[in-house]
Design a protein around this ligand. Sequence first.
Ligand code: TXA
Ligand code: MG
Length: 358
Amino acid sequence: MQQTLVLHVNPEQPEAAPIARAAAVLRAGGLVAFPTETVYGLGANALDDNAVRAIFRAKDRPAYDPLIVHLADAASLPSVVRVVPDAVRLLAVHFWPGPLTLVLPRNAAVPPSVTAAGDTVAVRIPSHPVALALIRAAGVPVAAPSANRFGRISPTCVEHVLADLQGRVDIILDGGPTPVGVESTVLSLVSSIPAILRPGGVSREALAAVLGEVDVHQLAITPEPESMQISPGTSSSHYAPRARLILYRGQKPALLQAMRAEADRLQSEGERVGVLAADEDAGYFAALRERQTSPVCFQPVGSEQCLTDVARRLYGALHALDQAGVTVILARDFGNAGLGLAVRDRLTRAAGGRVIQV
Ligand code: TXA
Ligand code: MG
């Protein structure tokens, strides 16, 4: 591909002209990156096998990792889904449009490139006005993974998309930063008990309140062969910054003391250390930040009392630490309640198994 065109668009009330232009590109088999409420997606017409294959090439994504199909409304489900179980109606009332992806039996119109040749298809109805306007204007279901190179951090603003995909996508719709900040929750409805394959923007507690019973697929802390997995994109080593990341789990203050001791030790070995923690943790690292030689780079992600902020700022903080050129990142855990589970999941994968329980 040649040139990438960036079109600004009002995130609340998207203007008709940029949406129409991007929709025409989708209908013609091209690639459009666009904001959703979770992260930016890299979209193509889900019913066009060639266009879908172009997504995999642009991302360097292996063909075994299936894509999410984005629809404008639940009435469009039969265009990609064979049977719509009763639970879908219930979930749709509570969570759609929004950051919930459902894995359902696919219908024959969906090319095997979308589903990695599997019998199921993942679908969601995003709530971002730009995403909805684009899907409506295109008039086709839109397959879209996160708009990053495979294995890298998902993009929450247009700068992140450009850094990974400039020259590999026809149009990027710039609708500003994405409000949720972590990807959608992937919920399988093809298992006997609904199962969370990837925690995300809709919490386990919220799903359990509606469905009763919900399983959570164990976080893959140790790497396993990807082809063996139920949801291939949930492998560890996903969502990884360039720097080596170590995740610290446990109670404060021991958690922060252990991180500070390790930061101090790594610094004295000549490493450039980044710390990802809460606003209120800043004081612990004050002395290390003021050092003359390679001071610790502290990236706060908001108050630990406000997990919506932590989720929204997580990927931006990882991008910023990469930009700062740190060689190692010490990140703290934020528990498993609400959005904390999605944050833990992404940091665990970014750590690729380097998890320290304090
Ligand atoms: O928030 C999101 O979900 C974003 C925005 C753009 O919508 N999209 C996103 O897509 O995160 P992607 O491709 O980066 O992640 C999709 C996840 C992967 O873990 C993939 O393995 C899983 O969904 N998935 C897709 N189709 C599946 C299927 N049929 N069965 C099980 N897992 C599936
Ligand atoms: Mg992704």
